[in-house]
Ligand binder design. Structure first.
Ligand SMILES: [Fe+2]
Ligand SMILES: [Fe+2]
Length: 364
C-alpha cells in the first residue's frame, strides 16, 4: 500500500510542470489563470456560496439595536419568588400557566433556529439571517423564563414531580395534552417552513409576534408578582422588537405579492389565529386535540393562578385584546390586497378558508 502511494506520488510529480522556465522563479499568475476552471454549479438549498448582501438597511439597524437585549433571565430577582408564600394549588396553577406558555415560548428556539437555517439555504440578505439569529437568542431567554418559573414553583416540573392535590393532577394531565399538540405543531412546522416564500413566513411570524407582544403587555400591567412583572416587561420588549423585524421586511415584500401568495397568507392568518389562541384566548377545536376534561380543568386552574397574582386577564379582556391585535394585522395587510379570513370567535368577518393542521407555521 505504502509502495503504491509512493509510486503514484512519483508519477504525479513527473507530470507536474512548473509554468516558468526557471524553477527558482515564482510562477506567473496569468499563466496559472489560463488553466483555471469553475466548480460544478452550487446545488439549490445549499448555504454556499456565502455572501453578505444588504437590501434592507433598516433591518441591519434593528439587528444592531438587538445585539444586547439589555436583560438576561439569570439577572431577574428570582430570590423574591417564594414558593412557600403560595398554597399548593396556587403553585400548581402558576406552574401550569408557565407550562402552557412553554408550548409557545420553548418551541421558539428550535422553531427560529430552523427558520434561520432556512434563511441561509434560501440565500436571504445578511440582515435577515442576523435578525433570525437574534430572535433565536431571545427565544432561548424566553424559554428560560418558563423554565425558571416552573422549577421554582414545582421543582422538577413541568412533568417530573408528583402533584399531591386533585387540581395538581388535573394540571399535569392538561399540560401533557398541550405538549401532545405542541408535538403535532412541530411536525407540521418542520415540513412547512422550507416550503413557503419569505413573504408568507414573515406574515405568519408577524401574527405570532403581535400576539405575544399583546399577551405580555397585558400581563405586565396586571401581575402582582415582582419577578414576573420584570419578566413580562422584558419579554414584551423583545417581542415588540421581533414585530419590528417582521414589519421592516414585510414593507419590502408585501408590494411584490402574487395572487397565489395572497391566498396562502389568508389561510395562514386563520391558522395563526387557531394556534395562537391556545395561549392568547382559548384553544379552538380546529387544531387542538383535547379531551373533554381539559377545558373545565383549565378554567379552574386559570382562576387559581389569577387569584395568586399571575396577571391572567379575564376571558372577555383577552378576547378584546386578541381582536384589537388581529385588527392591526388586518389594517396592515388589506392595503396589499390580502383578504382577511373570517374569525367569528372574536367577531371578525372575512373570507371562510380551508384549514390544514399540517400547514401551521406561525411562531411566538
Ligand atoms: Fe418569545
Ligand atoms: Fe417572538
Amino acid at each position: 500500500m505504502a509502495a503504491d502511494l509512493t509510486g503514484t506520488a512519483k508519477q504525479l510529480a513527473e507530470k507536474m510542470q512548473v509554468p516558468s522556465s526557471n524553477p527558482t522563479e515564482a510562477p506567473d499568475p496569468i499563466k496559472i489563470l489560463y488553466g483555471t476552471r469553475n466548480p460544478p454549479p452550487f446545488k439549490e438549498n445549499n448555504i454556499f456560496p456565502i455572501e453578505w448582501r444588504v437590501e434592507t438597511p433598516k433591518m441591519m439597524e434593528i439587528y444592531d439595536g438587538a445585539r444586547d437585549p439589555g436583560w438576561a433571565p439569570n439577572r431577574l430577582p428570582w430570590d423574591t419568588l417564594d414558593a412557600n408564600a403560595f398554597t399548593l394549588d396556587q403553585r400548581y396553577a402558576l406552574a401550569y400557566w408557565w407550562s402552557l406558555l412553554s408550548v409557545f415560548d420553548s418551541s421558539g428556539p428550535a422553531v427560529f433556529a430552523r427558520a434561520m437555517i432556512h434563511t441561509y439555504e434560501a440565500h436571504e440578505e445578511d440582515p435577515v439571517r442576523k435578525c433570525f439569529f437574534s430572535v433565536t437568542r431571545d427565544e432561548v431567554n424566553h424559554e428560560e423564563i418558563c423554565q425558571r418559573a416552573i422549577q421554582a414553583l414545582t421543582p422538577n416540573g413541568p412533568l417530573g414531580y408528583e402533584p399531591e392535590t386533585p387540581l395538581g393532577k388535573l394540571a399535569r394531565n392538561n399540560v401533557l395534552w398541550y405538549y401532545h399538540n405542541g408535538g403535532r405543531y412541530w411536525e407540521g412546522y418542520k415540513k412547512a417552513v422550507g416550503k413557503y416564500p419569505l413573504a408568507i413566513l414573515f406574515t405568519s411570524f408577524l401574527m405570532g409576534e403581535v400576539a405575544s407582544a399583546t399577551l405580555f403587555h397585558g400581563m405586565y400591567q396586571r401581575t402582582t408578582i415582582p419577578v414576573f412583572k420584570e419578566a413580562f416587561k422584558n419579554v414584551g420588549k423583545d417581542e415588540a422588537r421581533h414585530m419590528g423585524i417582521c414589519l421592516a421586511i414585510l414593507e419590502r415584500l408585501l408590494p411584490k405579492l402574487t395572487d397565489e401568495m395572497r391566498e396562502q397568507i389568508t389561510k395562514q392568518l386563520r391558522a395563526g389565529y387557531v394556534f395562537l389562541s391556545g395561549i392568547l384566548y382559548e384553544p379552538p377545536d380546529q387544531f387542538w386535540e383535547l379531551p373533554e376534561t381539559w377545558r373545565p380543568a383549565h378554567r379552574l386552574l386559570e382562576d387559581v393562578a389569577r387569584d395568586a397574582g399571575l396577571g391572567i386577564l379575564t376571558l372577555e379582556e383577552r378576547r378584546d385584546n386578541w381582536r384589537a391585535a388581529v385588527l392591526k394585522m388586518k389594517g396592515l395587510l388589506e392595503p396589499y390586497g390580502v383578504a382577511f379570513p373570517a374569525i367569528p370567535e372574536i367577531g371578525i368577518d372575512g373570507q371562510t378558508v380551508a384549514f390544514d393542521p399540517a400547514d401551521i407555521i406561525p411562531v411566538f
